[in-house]
Design a protein around this ligand. Sequence first.
Ligand code: ZN
Length: 304
Amino acid sequence: MDRRTIGIDLGGTSIYGGIINRDGNILKRANRDTKTVEGREGVLGLIAEVIEELIQERDVVAIGIGSPGFIDSNEGKVLQVGGNIEGWANTNIRGKLSKRFPHIPIYVENDANVAALCEHWIGAAKNLSSFIMITLGTGLGGAIYTGEEGLLTGHGFQGAELGHAILYPKGRQCNCGQQGCAEEYISGTAVENRYAELTSIRKKGKEIFLSSKDDAIASKVIDEFVENLAIYLVTLKNIFDPEGIVIGGGVINSREYWWDMMLDYYRRYSNSPEGMKILPAIYLNDAGMIGAGKAAFDRLGLGK
Ligand SMILES: [Zn+2]
């Protein structure tokens, strides 16, 4: 039997689902706009619709879901921080969905963790014995992986929350309750907020990157973002000394405007810049879906 899983990538804008085979290929896709609904039940309903569309396929043995927030991956539920989905904290994802799909195992994992699983399986981290994944999107997600231990979850499933490590003591207010979290300086939203703060104009992150060659304020905002990112990479290297760091998330699509500058800053601030690879993620939009499928294979003991 050619076993397959359903991988679901749940985000604040869209839900992407796919049938994933054991080589990491996506055999069929289904998706929904998350923005169109409100609240927990609405989002759960959309996830169920995506599953309905895919579960008719042959040989589907499990469902993996990558979700924002602090995730108890043993219980399949969201803890007290629900990420960028309104009302998502404390949602028992597996409990709710198992009522609709009682005959198939459902696994839930943090969204940055599943992106890391994808990159390690078939992407940029394939040959790395240890690596840190950071995802630069609406927020700043993180995952820490070693060959011996797999993904680091932490004592209370709150480890590797790299977006909420404090970059500036007593700095900007974060929606997690702390002040000065890295996410408030190093994320697509942070770039948009900083630009709006300086100009009173709200622009999409992509436009700000695009205009950074002609617009002095955009250029300043990107420069700050990149310098902060590089400094944060220096800190991560000094704490973990991973073989590599893989950077993914939507902001990577604009990397022609910042990647080389980031490496320059990294070399300037690090006491030993050699020895840690810094790589862009390969899978981007599909990483969450493929990695969620992989998480399900792994939980079933079918990982390879
Ligand atoms: Zn925070």
